[in-house]
Design a protein around this ligand. Structure first.
Ligand SMILES: Nc1ncnc2c1ncn2[C@@H]1O[C@H](COP(=O)(O)OP(=O)(O)OP(=O)(O)O)[C@@H](O)[C@H]1O
Ligand SMILES: [Mg+2]
Length: 399
């Protein structure tokens, strides 16, 4: 049978957190957090803040660590996405909703359900799920009595689980909330009174969200152990690509592998996009150089559509601006200087360069590189740098 027809399923996950069997790297971070998991399991409340740029792999690391906490220390783990939560009530509802669902899939529903009172709504269509929807005043009480509620839950689960591992991911709507910062600080103070509180809370956010929290409640930053998530090494990217292709029965030439890895520049999101794109481009079961080149172009398109176009192309209609944009990147480097750009521009482009820089700073695509001084800039994240670089290569190749 033709191999192409076998391609129904890509081992790459550019659109979601990576499954544990495809997870690579982060060994130091994992070792560190393992210690905290051990501490939590032995009854000491732990607070972590997982910080890193967009797409760098925070949620994936959080999910992986949650898996470890469950398998190593027998904690009950939940991963709560707070993206839409803007109030403490909604946050707390989502946490208990997560705990309830987890208890249900793990078969402890009966042990805990009376804690949730009458407020469990079964969604009976397809018998898929239950949700926790108490009235607002109950939620306000839960916000206040959060430690107590968790302790009650833990004591119901004592036979089967040693504690809780709670991931609070995407704190977008709460990061700038003074209420959230103060609530968290009070929570920690309150819990200090407990002898045993076998819980690890892991908040996941962007570096600027961490800064906002610190700004709103300065003592809070003493509370968190910070785990920074950075780029993967070239070896880790290579290891990942090899592992993924092998799992799908696809071969790859070593040189081509290195070539693709270098384009990912250590960014997991980009590595997944490139892997996935080359996987679908290939038609003979081996990734050769031409597959890699075509795959890179297709990956750039995906990255652009997801990360850049929503910000840039709807807002920037000027052809001059767009043309400058393509001349910004210097390879995969994130930094560039105004002087270098100027030398590549036409006279009319040069005239609008200052305005261009102001506009793109405002859009959040570039920022001043303060460490380096005047006239020095950088893309706010490496995904943007990589995209504009790939984009400029793509357009150069067009007749
Ligand atoms: N350690 C890893 N091994 C393999 N793939 C990974 C790893 N970490 C992240 N990825 C992949 O990289 C992409 C981004 O990961 P993830 O969603 O975890 O990042 P994030 O930092 O949470 O992003 P965001 O800021 O958008 O929430 C996903 O496609 C994911 O599958
Ligand atoms: Mg995430």
């Amino acid at each position: 049978m033709d191999r192409v027809t076998l391609k129904e399923y890509s081992p790459f996950t550019p659109d979601r957190t990576v499954p544990p069997d495809m997870f690579v790297g982060r060994r130091m971070e994992i070792e560190e957090v393992r210690r905290y998991i051990g501490q939590a399991a032995s009854g000491r409340f732990q607070n972590l803040f997982l910080s890193g740029d967009r797409g760098i792999g925070k949620s994936s690391l959080g999910a992986y660590l949650k898996g470890l906490a469950v398998s190593d220390k027998n904690l009950l783990g939940i991963h709560v996405y707070l993206g839409k939560a803007t109030s403490l009530e909604e946050m707390v509802r989502l946490v208990f909703d997560g705990l309830l669902r987890e208890a249900r899939t793990q078969g402890w529903f009966d042990a805990v359900k009376d804690l949730f009172g009458k407020h469990i709504t079964a969604i009976d269509i397809f018998n898929v799920s239950v949700t926790f929807r108490p009235p607002q005043e109950h939620l306000s009480q839960l916000v206040m009595a959060f430690p107590e509620a968790l302790t009650n839950l833990i004591s119901k689960l004592r036979e089967t689980r040693n504690g809780l591992f709670i991931v609070l991911d995407n704190i977008n709507g709460l990061a700038d909330s003074i209420q959230f910062a103060n609530w968290y600080k009070d929570l920690v103070d309150e819990i200090a009174k407990y002898d045993q509180f076998p819980v690890l809370m892991m908040v996941i956010g962007l570096p600027e969200q961490r800064a906002l929290l610190a700004h709103n409640q300065q003592s809070l930053m003493r509370v968190f152990r910070i785990v920074e998530v950075g780029r993967l090494s070239n070896e880790e990217v290579t290891e990942f690509l090899k592992k993924a292709y092998t799992s799908a029965g696809v071969g790859v030439e070593e040189e081509v592998l290195q070539f693709m890895a270098s384009f990912s520049s250590g960014l997991p999101a980009l590595m997944q996009e490139i892997g996935d794109a080359t996987f679908w481009v290939d038609s003979d079961g081996t990734i050769e150089e031409d597959d890699a080149v075509a795959g890179l172009q297709s990956a750039a398109e995906h990255v652009g559509r997801k990360y850049v176009q929503p910000i840039v192309y709807e807002k920037v209609r000027s052809a001059k601006y767009r043309s400058i944009l393509r001349k910004l990147p210097q390879g995969l480097r994130q930094e560039f200087s105004k002087k270098d750009i100027e030398s590549k521009l036409s006279a009319s482009e040069r005239k609008v360069l200052s305005n261009f820089l102001t506009t793109f700073k405002r859009l959040g695509i570039i920022e001043s590189d303060r460490d380096k001084g005047r006239g020095e800039y950088r893309f706010v994240n490496a995904m943007f740098a990589a995209y504009f670089w790939l984009e400029s290569l793509r357009l150069q190749e067009k007749p």
